[in-house]
Design a protein around this ligand. Structure first.
Ligand code: TMP
Length: 223
């Protein structure tokens, strides 16, 4: 189970398309875990972390204030995760659970969905090798057409990738790289992968996520 009896915290990843409700669900799951296991026993890490210098470069790219080659932005997203590596490990090995709001699968799926000829899947994955592996990955699945209605973000459409046809391709790439259900069934090893129907209402999705996390018998192995 996911109790604090483990000597390390868990690494839990929430993934999905833009507007799937990840940020809301990360916060709800974090609140529930802090209630269950004690205040401060869990925290959320947003990825990309836009507060670092690399994060600011990513932010201006996403806002279309700068242009960059597809390869460069791909590597900046990866570099941004490498900046977070040590603090994630420190948290986990001090016993704190970390919930990631996006991570490696977003890095690979969004770049692959661009369909750039010299960025095949192994090129996209290469810079991610060696980053901490999540214990469990929850893929919040929505039909891209659904996203508008579900969104609490009124600013949708402002950023570079928030275009419906592109989101359809990203969803297919997510499914290809994460697989469905069984550990290691996809191209990336992101721990146990569970697909959550995120078209349901917020409370039902939160309950489904809670159940998935509770029912997961996570190995306390090295990350
Ligand atoms: P956010 O809206 O969750 O902050 O994510 C920013 C955008 O960047 C979103 O459209 C997904 C995309 N993205 C990538 O293209 N590569 C990555 O590695 C990550 C983490 C996000």
């Amino acid at each position: 189970t996911t109790s604090t009896s483990k000597n390390r915290g868990l690494l839990i990843l929430l993934e999905g398309l833009d507007r799937a409700g990840k940020t809301t669900q990360c916060q709800m799951l974090c609140n529930s875990l802090n209630e269950a296991n004690g205040p401060g026993s869990c925290r959320v890490q947003k990825v990309p972390d836009r507060t670092t210098q690399i994060g600011q470069m990513i932010n201006s790219y996403l806002a279309s204030k700068t242009t960059l080659p597809d390869q460069s932005i791909h590597l900046l997203f990866s570099a941004n995760r490498w900046e977070l590596r040590q603090t994630i490990l420190d948290s986990i090995y001090s016993g704190q659970t970390v919930i990631l709001d996006r991570y490696v699968p977003s890095g690979v799926a969004y770049s692959l969905a661009k369909g750039v000829a010299d960025m095949p899947i192994d090129w996209c994955i290469a810079p991610e090798r060696g980053l901490p592996r999540p214990d469990i990955t929850l893929f919040l699945d929505i039909e891209p057409e659904h996203a508008n209605i579900q969104s609490t973000r009124e600013d949708f459409g402002q950023e570079r990738y928030e275009v419906s046809e592109f989101q359809v391709r990203v969803r297919a790439c997510f499914k290809e790289i994460l697989g469905d259900g069984e550990k290691n069934s996809g191209v990336l090893d992101m721990g146990k992968v569970i697909t959550i129907d995120a078209c349901k209402d917020i409370k039902t999705v939160a309950a489904d996520i809670w159940q998935a996390v509770q029912s997961q018998d996570v190995e306390s192995s090295e990350i």
